[in-house]
Design a protein around this ligand. Structure first.
Ligand SMILES: [Zn+2]
Length: 162
C-alpha cells in the first residue's frame, strides 16, 4: 500500500486514525479527509518480427536488476497513449507505434492501475535510459516474471498475437 500521511496537508495538525466508518485518516482541526486515489501506470509490450519483446533491466527498486517491460506513471494531464510511447522512449531509446490496448490490471491492495498496450518499433536507437541498467530484446519465456500481473499480461499478449 502507498504510504499514509501523518499530518494534515491543509493545517499541519496530526491526522486521526479513528473516528470514521470508512477508515480514512482525517483532521480533527479542519475536517480534511485523506482520500487515497488510484495511481495510473502504463506498460508496453513492444514486439519484433521474431516474437521477442523489448525489456529493460531495472536499476531501482522494486525488483532491481530484474528484466521488465517498459512502464511508468502517467503524468497528470498527459494523454495515456503518449505516456506509453514516452516511457518506452525514455527507458529503451526505441520509438513505437501503439497497437491495441491489451487490458487493464489492478487489485490486490496495490493502488496502481496498469494500462497495457501492444506496440511495434518504428524508429529510435536501442540504448538504456537513466532508469535502466540495460535494454534489449528477449524471448518472454526466458524472462522470469517480476510483478504480480506479468503472467496475466503475457497471456493476453499471446492471445492477441493469435
Ligand atoms: Zn487540518
Amino acid at each position: 500500500m502507498a504510504e499514509q500521511p501523518r499530518f494534515c496537508p491543509r493545517c499541519g495538525a496530526s491526522l486521526r486514525l479513528e473516528g470514521r466508518a470508512d477508515g480514512r485518516r482525517w483532521c480533527g482541526e479542519c475536517e480534511f479527509v485523506h482520500y487515497l486515489d488510484p495511481k495510473l501506470a502504463v506498460v508496453v509490450l513492444v514486439e519484433d518480427p521474431e516474437g521477442r519483446l523489448l525489456y529493460m533491466q531495472r536499476n531501482h527498486e522494486p525488483n532491481m536488476y530484474r528484466w521488465a517491460w517498459p512502464s511508468g506513471f502517467v503524468d497528470a494531464g498527459e494523454d495515456v497513449r503518449e505516456a506509453a510511447r514516452r516511457e518506452v522512449r525514455e527507458e529503451t531509446g526505441v520509438e513505437v507505434e501503439l497497437g491495441e490496448l491489451l487490458g487493464v490490471w489492478s487489485g490486490g491492495g496495490d493502488p496502481v492501475v496498469l494500462l497495457v498496450w501492444r506496440a511495434w518499433p518504428v524508429g529510435g536507437r536501442l540504448q538504456p535510459g537513466s532508469e535502466a541498467l540495460d535494454a534489449g530484446w528477449r524471448r518472454p519465456e526466458e524472462v522470469a516474471a517480476s510483478f504480480a500481473h506479468d503472467a496475466g499480461i503475457l497471456s493476453a499478449w499471446r492471445a492477441a498475437r493469435g
